[in-house]
Write a protein that binds this ligand. Structure first.
Ligand code: COA
Length: 390
């Protein structure tokens, strides 16, 4: 029985910064950002988007018929959540009107969380083939104004329906995971930006990718030439190039990685969703991919957990990835000047539970954060005339 990704929905905030302009504002050579790091633009989340509203907007981008009564599990993976206790998945399920007869919970392990969710969902459907699961990766990557990591910020969410007879990617039962306790990136409770050593993290990532893919080859007797494409977690797109170079000098895989990096170049790092944004990018931008092609996916979450697994493209996959909506979402975005970005960056809802209220967001997003009342955040839904805040 094939089990895997049946549909993909994507959301990124309405605002972005041109990184050539950011480089000039920071006194850096723009080539460092666009070539050295491999980023062109980065999404900027206004105070009216958090990981719950972004996740709900990504679910809203899925065909609603895929979220029927068969749904049995809803997982949100995030490393930028808004509550220490309550799962974002519960609020996302309510906002998007999902069937309440589900298990809803969150997963955290830096940028690896969505992979844990995806493979857990695969096992769930294997045990209950008539059921489906919804896995949503949602994150806002913030490193701080004028920080070393600033150019690798971003924001967005990817929602995936997992089912038997998947119409996008059949996940193979070949995952190899590796865990090692290292201090490359972490965010102690109460801090709004992470403690990160980017160069150490890059070296750890490369160590993990060679070790894990090597182990996969030992366990499953495969070689790089078995793959039509290799995808990687992309904290910045140069990282994918470094990872591929550590494994192979294949020109064909290099071209496919370029296609798989296009959306990340425009959106930036979306942490746990980045690997799946890369899958979406490959399927949107490389018209030579075909049903039956094997794709290898490498997931890395600082701290650190890495996992490599593969999937086989399903016939008609292009009809189930919401490509037209992805193109429209990006085309409608609004560029921010650097001062406007800095102002938006600093205008976040404060930590804690003090009341807050925001005017409606001037964007096509269906779900936005309305504010905070009675200690809890409330959300606007543009399809409803009355909102939670009224
Ligand atoms: N033209 C072209 N390339 C240039 C350049 C120029 N003018 N100036 C620098 N570069 C290249 C460098 O050679 C380097 O490439 P290399 O890594 O292939 O050698 C790259 O640009 C980055 O330069 P570097 O000096 O290393 O930049 P930095 O010290 O500002 O650090 C990051 C870059 C990505 C490490 C930093 O932004 C960061 O820490 N980001 C967060 C990463 C993260 O989130 N990690 C955890 C998740 S996995």
């Amino acid at each position: 029985m094939d089990i895997g990704i049946d549909a993909i929905g994507f959301y990124t905030p309405h605002y972005y910064v041109d990184l050539v302009k950011l480089a000039k504002a920071r006194g850096d050579d723009p080539d460092k950002y666009t070539i050295g790091i491999g980023q062109d633009q980065m999404a900027v989340a206004p105070a009216t988007q958090d990981i719950i509203s972004m996740a709900a907007n990504a679910v809203d981008a899925l065909p609603s018929a895929r979220l029927d009564g068969r749904l049995g599990m809803v997982i949100v993976a995030s490393e930028s959540g808004v509550d220490e206790s309550k799962a974002a998945a519960i609020t996302v399920a309510r906002l998007t009107g999902l069937n309440p007869w589900v298990r809803a919970f969150d997963i955290k392990e830096a940028c690896y969380g969505a992979t844990a969710g995806l493979l857990m969902a695969r096992d769930y459907v294997a045990a209950h083939p008539t059921k489906t699961a919804l896995v949503i990766a949602s994150d806002i990557a913030r490193y701080g104004l004028a920080s070393g990591g600033e150019v690798t910020q971003g924001a967005g969410a990817v929602a995936m329906v997992i089912s038997a007879q998947p119409r996008v990617l059949a996940l193979q039962d070949d995952a190899v995971a590796y865990t090692e306790d290292i201090p490359d990136f972490f965010r102690p409770t109460g801090m709004t930006v992470p403690v990160v050593d980017g160069h150490y993290s890059t070296a750890a990532y490369l160590d993990f990718v060679t070790k894990i893919v090597g182990q996969h080859q030992v366990q499953y007797h495969d070689t790089i030439t078995d793959y039509a494409a290799l995808l990687f977690h992309l904290p910045f797109t140069k990282m994918g190039k470094k990872a591929l170079a550590a494994l192979t000098d294949s020109v064909r895989l290099g071209q496919r990685l370029t296609a798989a990096s296009q959306l990340s170049r425009q959106v930036g790092n979306i942490y746990t969703g980045s690997l799946y944004l890369s899958l979406l990018s490959l399927l949107c931008h490389d018209k030579t991919m075909q049903a039956g092609d094997r794709i290898g996916l490498f997931s890395y979450g600082s701290g650190a957990v890495g996992e490599f697994f593969s999937g086989i493209l399903a016939p008609g996959f292009a009809d189930h990835i919401g490509q037209a909506a992805v193109i429209q979402l990006l085309a409608e975005r609004e560029e921010l000047t650097i001062p406007a970005y800095e102002q938006m960056f600093n205008a976040q809802i404060p930590l804690g539970d003090a009341p807050a209220a925001f005017p409606p967001e001037n964007s096509p997003a269906r779900f936005t954060v309305g504010g905070r009342r009675d200690h809890a955040r409330w959300y606007r839904d543009t399809t409803k005339s009355m909102t939670e805040g009224d």
